[in-house]
Design a protein around this ligand. Structure first.
Ligand code: 5AD
Ligand code: FES
Length: 347
């Protein structure tokens, strides 16, 4: 029965809600055919290539207070930092030498950078590295602001929708935030011409199978270029400190389902996945992921960018991480490529 559903998903990129639920909960003993189908699809579009993105966590200041996140405004115990333009360019310089051709600038919603500051940082990176893509991941902004970022040279934007179920969204976020606004931001980014990434945590508090089905349906509507998912991991200084972490198996099943529903998609095997299991990122690649995002942030600030507890690679130089990841990727039969890593919408 499972095999028929997997075959249908492989052939039509779609299955019913009930079938989705069965695959999300597929037991490990039955998961091999799902992994095989996802890998076959992945190879058709991307061969054995794994794209790398250099993640620069440039600020942990945040005006928001999401209940799951370690750098929420309400966490007074975290030491705050933000990098200067020169420090960010220094990270890019290190990254470029190591073979990175995409830089992801990620940060909290830090009000101390003006739109002009961000545009200046983006255009300076583009000027120094015209053969690289700049991705922004700095939260909800007005359409005008997004347009200014785009005009400055940013072409990709990551903004996880977190959950497509309004009640669940309200369970994860304070009243000042809304799913409606989050979705509007994603549509605005798309209409401007950004390559857009959405996504969600697996096993966030209050998440049901129906929530996950709604997440996949929303993604089908949005048709993003990138989809970021990883397990929820509790952070001690948040209201969800004592909630259980998301399941490895469920995350892997979802990665495979996503690969089959969105054959073209750029799908990272996330740091969170590597945090809940020593070979989590390798398993993610074997489940259908095709991107890894090593950390390029200066080592001395890494410990302050803890969205969740026990995050890996906290003390490792970028060069160390890329070497380590290169080996890990090779061990499961893939290879890291020095490439801007654009989406391949068709085979
Ligand atoms: N566990 C796992 N992922 C988290 N994120 C934030 N907090 C956590 C956590 N405690 C994810 C969110 C956010 C992305 C940058 O990190 O989905 O969009
Ligand atoms: Fe950072 Fe292995 S990826 S040390």
């Amino acid at each position: 029965m499972f095999k028929d559903i997997i075959q249908k998903l492989y052939e039509t990129q779609n299955i019913t809600d009930d079938e989705i639920k069965l695959l999300i909960d597929l037991p490990e003993s039955e998961a091999a055919p799902l992994r095989e189908a996802a890998l076959k699809r992945r190879r058709e579009y991307y061969g054995n290539d794994v794209f790398i993105r250099g993640l620069i966590e440039f600020s942990n200041y945040c005006k928001n207070n999401c209940y799951y996140c370690g750098i929420r405004a309400g966490n007074t115990q975290v030491e705050r930092y933000h990098l200067t333009k020169d420090q960010i360019l220094q990270c890019c310089d290190t990254g470029y030498t190591l073979g990175f051709r995409t830089f992801v600038l990620q940060g909290g919603e830090d009000l101390s950078y003006s739109d002009d500051d961000i545009c200046d940082i983006v255009s300076s990176i583009k000027k120094a590295y015209p053969d690289c893509a700049v991705t922004l991941s700095i939260g909800e902004k007005s359409k005008e602001t997004y347009q200014a970022y785009f005009d400055a040279g940013a072409t990709r934007y990551l903004l996880r929708h977190e959950t497509a179920t309004p009640d669940h969204y309200a369970h994860l976020h304070p009243e000042s935030m809304s799913l409606e606004n989050r979705k509007q931001c994603l549509w605005n980014l798309k209409s401007i011409g950004f390559q857009v990434g959405a996504g969600f945590m697996v096993g966030s508090p209050g998440q049901t199978l129906d929530c996950l089905v709604a997440d996949l349906r929303f993604l089908q509507e949005l048709s993003p270029d990138m989809i970021g998912i990883g397990p929820f991991i509790p952070h001690a200084q948040t209201p969800f400190a004592h909630e259980p972490q998301g399941s490895l198996l469920r995350t892997l099943n979802l990665l495979s389902i996503l690969r089959l529903m969105f054959p073209y998609v750029l799908l990272p095997s996330t740091t969170a996945l590597g945090t809940i299991d020593p070979i989590g990122r390798e398993l993610g690649l074997e489940a259908g992921a095709n991107v890894v995002m090593p950390n390029l942030s200066p080592v001395d600030v890494r410990k302050f960018y803890a969205l969740y507890d026990n995050k890996i690679c906290m003390g490792d130089e970028a060069a160390q991480c890329i070497r380590c990841l290169g080996m890990r990727v090779k061990c499961v039969g893939f290879r890291i490529v020095e490439d801007i890593g654009n989406v391949r919408r068709s085979v």
